[in-house]
Ligand binder design. Structure first.
Ligand code: MN
Length: 291
């Protein structure tokens, strides 16, 4: 199943995506709660209700007619650094002994087709296509064997990074947390439909040119290891998101450092999930900001 969130009359509403249509779950399954986080927390019964709503054929809208937002509102949006050997190598770093975890603040969350703002304070804006795990069950101290059972599904995150701000201090959080710099979506593909999350080809295209290309089989710490690690410290909640890291090919380590510039279009594709695509725009100032 494909689970999304979209805007209708200014409010976020949960939805299922079927082909090129979207099922408005507030209309087709009014017994369900109003947010995707709450629906995921229901587990199997929530998915059954969504299945029935899909089968009813009710409340369909053309997907193209709506604006999708981030499919969940994570309480915690984790980033994982240096989790592909080729990316660690291009950064001149050793393979880490433990997962490198950082936080991306909630303000950075953005819709799958919303613009990325080129900040006023930096020109060093970079892309990172990442498989993102969406947690479906409140949990703590989850073993790697039990980890698949706490996953609702998978989506795509572009971990947009402001490299000078990321690298001028020991902590990466601020450089990873600029407004609009965590586009997420376009939807959650449920775990049953993904099958093995460690065999998904993915790539980044900037203005149609391939900049990154790899497969989740190359993860150093795989999804289950990350859940084991994070849940040893934190209670994970339905809707929490773990962006699992990116591969080589970022602008930072490319010849000439081809940063994202205003007017560029960056597309992140993961086979089996779909694609998100963002135009780069100037951060609004003055009158535009007030609007
Ligand atoms: Mn990243």
């Amino acid at each position: 199943m494909r689970l999304a969130t979209f805007l209708r009359d200014g409010d976020e509403r949960p939805a299922a995506v079927v082909g090129d249509e979207l099922v408005d779950l507030l209309e087709a399954a009014p017994e369900l709660p109003r947010t995707m986080n709450e629906i995921l927390a229901l587990g199997e019964s929530g998915l059954q209700a969504i299945g029935a709503a899909i089968d009813s054929g009710a409340a369909r809208l053309p997907l193209k007619s709506v604006r999708l937002t981030a499919p969940v509102r994570p309480q915690k949006l984790f980033g994982i650094g240096l989790n592909y050997a080729d990316h660690a190598a291009e950064a001149g770093r050793d393979i880490p002994e433990y997962p490198t975890v950082f936080a991306m603040m909630a303000n950075s969350l953005s819709g799958p087709f919303d613009p990325i703002e080129k900040p006023i304070v930096s020109d060093h804006v970079d892309y990172e296509t990442e498989l993102a795990i969406v947690i479906g069950k409140r949990c703590r101290h989850v073993s790697r064997e039990d980890a698949p059972a706490v996953v609702a599904g998978f989506t795509i995150c572009n971990d947009v990074s402001v490299r000078d701000w990321q690298r001028r201090t020991l902590q990466w959080t601020l450089g990873k947390s600029f407004d609009t710099h965590s586009p997420l979506g376009p939807w959650i593909v449920t775990a049953d439909e993904i099958g093995d999350p460690h065999d998904l080809a993915f790539r980044t295209l900037v203005n149609g040119e391939v900049r990154q290309e790899s497969n989740t089989s190359q993860l150093i710490f795989d999804c289950w290891a990350l859940i084991e690690n994070l849940s040893a410290a934190c209670t994970l909640e339905p809707g929490d998101v773990i962006a699992t890291g990116t591969c080589a090919g970022v602008a930072l380590f490319r010849e000439g450092q081809p940063w994202l510039r205003v007017g560029d279009v960056v597309r992140c594709e993961i086979d089996g999930i779909g694609a998100i695509e963002s135009a780069v725009v100037a951060e609004p100032t003055g009158a535009a900001l007030a609007a």
